[in-house]
Design a protein around this ligand. Structure first.
Ligand code: APR
Length: 188
């Protein structure tokens, strides 16, 4: 029986909690990074602060290989001092009014993160609300894209993931995602 704010898709539990993603003990947590991978504020700042310098060093090595990380792409590092074993760094789109492929790039950030987690046979993954902070993506639209993309992936793609959790920092964000997930649960 699913808890409120939780649905089961295939063999994967999808849930929402309000909290701090740096405290999650899932196999990986997803970072809302920027193309430089050199850290920043928000969830990026928190992950580097708690995770420690090893994560930044691995990001430096990745950037030296691939240059910058394009929006919608994802890479993985260790979790450093975090409880999570890995960090999947993805870059969401900056909101520019909706005419610069923002919806497609946001969906790709979630899909590429799920694909990477599956390739590494991870069993649990935590997402923040990508792009709805400094990048200014309107919250209701972002929640719709985030949840529909994750639900479609879990429905259509064989995965090692048994648990995917959205870890939402403030109550406004938690409620926006909760409202959208309740709609999905109604349509399953
Ligand atoms: N745990 C979970 N969520 C968090 C945490 C945390 N510790 N800290 C912040 N958040 C939430 C924010 O409240 C927001 O809802 O993450 C969501 C995304 O906000 P940002 O971190 O600002 O990410 P984003 O909007 O994708 O902007 C990315 O900001 O920090 C820089 O380097 C980053 O340039 C990049 C940009």
């Amino acid at each position: 029986m699913s808890e409120p704010g939780e649905v089961t898709i295939g063999k994967t539990k999808l849930g929402l909690i309000q909290g701090d993603i740096t405290r999650q003990a899932t196999d990986a947590i997803v970072n809302a990074a920027n193309p430089s991978l050199m850290g920043g504020g928000g969830v990026d700042g928190a992950i580097h602060r708690v995770g420690g310098p090893a994560i930044l060093e691995e990001c430096r090595q990745i950037v030296s290989r691939i240059g910058r990380l394009d929006a919608g792409q994802a890479v993985m590092t260790s979790g450093g001092n975090l409880l999570a074993k890995h960090v999947i760094h993805t870059v969401g789109p900056v909101w520019r009014g909706g005419t610069a492929r923002e919806a497609e790039l946001l969906a790709s950030a979630y899909r590429e993160s799920l694909t990477l987690a599956t390739e590494h046979k991870l069993e649990s993954l935590s997402f923040p609300s990508i792009s709805t902070g400094a990048y200014g993506y309107p919250l209701a639209e972002a929640a719709e894209i985030a949840l529909s993309t994750v639900i479609a992936f879990l429905r259509d793609v064989p995965t090692s993931l048994a648990e995917v959790v959205f870890v939402l920092f403030d109550s406004r964000t938690f409620e926006a995602y909760g409202a959208r997930l309740a709609q999905s649960a109604g349509n399953m």
